[in-house]
Design a protein around this ligand. Structure first.
Ligand SMILES: C[S@@+](CC[C@H](N)C(=O)[O-])C[C@H]1O[C@@H](n2cnc3c(N)ncnc32)[C@H](O)[C@@H]1O
Length: 283
């Protein structure tokens, strides 16, 4: 079997398994297996795959056909251009969360040349904490998560980016994981926000492979926001900001929740599809 034949057959198989962008997915899996950039496959279409390569490719495509996320099979993803390792104990970082990271580092840059501190509440893979630290060289970033397995990976990701000195991890239940007197210039969070009953309706890649504790936001999906609205203020400096990702359709209720707790909602930003997804608030 040649490279091209392998890609074509695999793409056909993945279509039958309802995998989106099946040809692209097949190419990415084969490029990963052959340890070459995807574009280089195009120069190698007529190359014959060895029996070992054919077997290896078949196994990767079989896993993807079972709707295991591509990022889990590859072992990593890109977040704000930085490589982040992922596995089944962390949420796979999403493109819309890059917008939250960008809003965060833009705000931190306005505080320059003062050193700044930021908190990533529910850090998962560590993607937000890592992107903030890499883009804000003067910032010290704290990252908390309730999941010890997530934190272990987040720490490895930070070490991979030489951030051991500037990103500090604590395991525990939200703010209880932090020293009580600490105050931040910025708190970012992409908390779990899927209403519990909706989880079963999600695509298999999310439903079966993202950790439930990273998805489940309680009955209406808003448990973590109610908690942040009450608790986050005590951990912010006077001019500090709270920046939160939330789910589609949650903006209006979130505004109410935060305004009721005496927050000023400064902005609600849209994602790439123009849906409101990020709330920026201050005390
Ligand atoms: C939606 S994921 C976000 C992960 C990562 N920040 C991202 O944007 O890709 C939410 C994270 O919050 C963590 N989490 C859930 N409950 C928590 C709690 N009570 N305290 C701290 N972290 C919690 C989960 O373990 C999960 O890693």
């Amino acid at each position: 079997m040649t490279v091209l034949e392998g890609i074509q057959k695999s793409a056909e198989f993945l279509v039958k398994k309802n995998v989106e962008s099946s040809r692209l997915q097949a190419e990415l899996l084969l490029a990963h297996l052959l340890k070459m950039p995807r574009m280089k496959l195009y120069l190698n279409f007529e190359r014959a795959l060895t029996p070992a390569e054919t077997d290896g490719f078949r196994e990767l495509v079989r896993r993807r056909g079972q709707r295991e996320p591509l990022q889990h099979i590859l072992g990593s993803t890109s977040f704000c251009g930085f490589e982040i390792a992922v596995h089944r104990h962390v949420l796979i970082p999403r493109p819309e969360t890059e917008l939250l990271a960008e809003a965060g580092w833009n705000f931190l840059s306005t505080l320059n040349p003062q050193p700044s501190t930021a908190l990533d509440f529910g850090t998962g893979s560590g993607c937000l904490a890592i992107a903030l630290a890499l883009k804000s060289p003067g910032a010290h970033v704290f990252a908390v998560d309730v999941s010890p397995d997530a934190l272990t990976l987040a720490q490895q990701n930070a070490a991979h980016h030489q951030l051991t000195e500037r990103v500090q991890f604590s395991q525990g239940d939200g703010f209880a994981a932090l020293p009580p007197e600490i105050k931040f210039d910025l708190i970012v969070s992409n908390p779990p926000y899927i209403p519990s009953a909706e989880i079963e309706t999600l695509e298999p890649e999310v439903r079966d492979y993202d950790p439930r504790g990273a998805l489940d936001g309680g009955v209406d999906g808003l448990d973590f926001y109610r908690r942040l609205a009450v608790e986050a203020g005590a951990f912010l400096k006077p001019k500090g900001k709270l920046m939160l990702e939330f789910g589609e359709g949650q903006a209006a209720t979130l505004r109410e929740i935060f305004e009721k707790q005496k927050w000023v909602v400064e902005a609600v930003l849209p994602d790439y599809t123009r849906r409101e997804r990020i709330l920026i608030a201050r005390r």
